[in-house]
Design a protein around this ligand. Structure first.
Ligand code: G3P
Ligand code: MG
Length: 249
């Protein structure tokens, strides 16, 4: 018997960190590059500044993606906003600012772009970040046609999101597929399992669908692999290669 699958108003092609490798990750400039390449859905990483402003950033430290140093958790939004989050990528993006989650939400909603909001908490702030992101989503996507898909490797963050905003869909993000993935999807009332593409097999995709869930894979940068996973019926692929792996025009 085929299980009824949850609603999935999302693209099968998801631009990783907004613009993949073509622009500085997790910036509005990246989103514009993603949109120019025909993407209608972006993944991006969200965490709290020291003074509780939700911002887009992947790493725990600002060093790799800005001209600053040290843990993001130690910096206020005003301090983060002083930094250059573009020059590390290329001169064309010099001075690109760190965007707030609110700014990105407004941009994506206004441009009819769907979001996979990955909750990426600073260490020790898992539950409060999950709750803050989910509460912000309720407000920022109020009246929007497509809700954001929340995801996290941090199960405490998913639990907190479920508690404050059960209506915002969730995906369990995993580094390795755990043996008890079904139980975990039930526990956090998820719609999807987001896996490392290395773990994607036809059998796993079929098993997740048979259990009544969607499945997406990160990060698929080989066009052949992308084609294969899509042929197997995967519901979404996250990619950095926006020129080679993109929705049909
Ligand atoms: O959400 C998919 C993917 O972004 C997870 O890994 O490290 O790129 O955030 P990472
Ligand atoms: Mg991510």
């Amino acid at each position: 018997m085929t299980a009824k699958l949850p609603s999935w108003p999302y693209s099968r092609y998801i631009a990783h960190r907004g613009g993949g490798r073509l622009a500085p990750e997790n910036t509005l400039a990246a989103m514009r590059v993603g949109a120019e390449h025909g993407f209608t859905m972006f993944e991006y990483d969200v965490k709290l500044s020291r003074d509780n402003v939700l911002v887009l950033m992947h790493d725990d430290n600002v060093d790799r993606t800005s001209n600053g140093q040290g843990p993001a958790a130690d910096k206020t939004y005003a301090e983060l906003a002083q930094l250059d989050f573009g020059s590390w990528h290329s001169a064309a993006y010099a001075g690109e600012p760190l965007p707030t989650f609110a700014a990105v939400a407004r941009y994506t909603v206004a441009n009819h772009i769907a979001s996979n909001v990955e909750i990426k908490p600073c260490p020790g702030r898992e539950a409060e970040t999950g709750a803050a992101v989910a509460l912000a989503c309720k407000q920022l996507w109020a009246g929007a046609s497509t809700p954001p898909l929340l995801s996290s490797f941090a199960e405490e963050a998913l639990q907190a999101a479920l508690e404050v905003a059960p209506e915002i869909p969730r995906a369990l993000l995993v580094e390795k597929v755990p043996a008890d993935w079904r139980e975990r999807l039930v526990k956090y009332d998820c719609v999807a399992l987001n896996i490392n593409q290395k773990d994607a097999t036809r059998e796993l995709i079929d098993a997740v669908h048979a259990a009544g869930y969607r499945i997406a894979a990160w990060t698929v940068n080989d066009p052949e692999r992308a084609r294969l996973l899509l042929d197997w019926g995967i519901d979404g692929i996250f990619t950095d290669e926006l020129a080679a792996i993109r929705p049909a025009a």
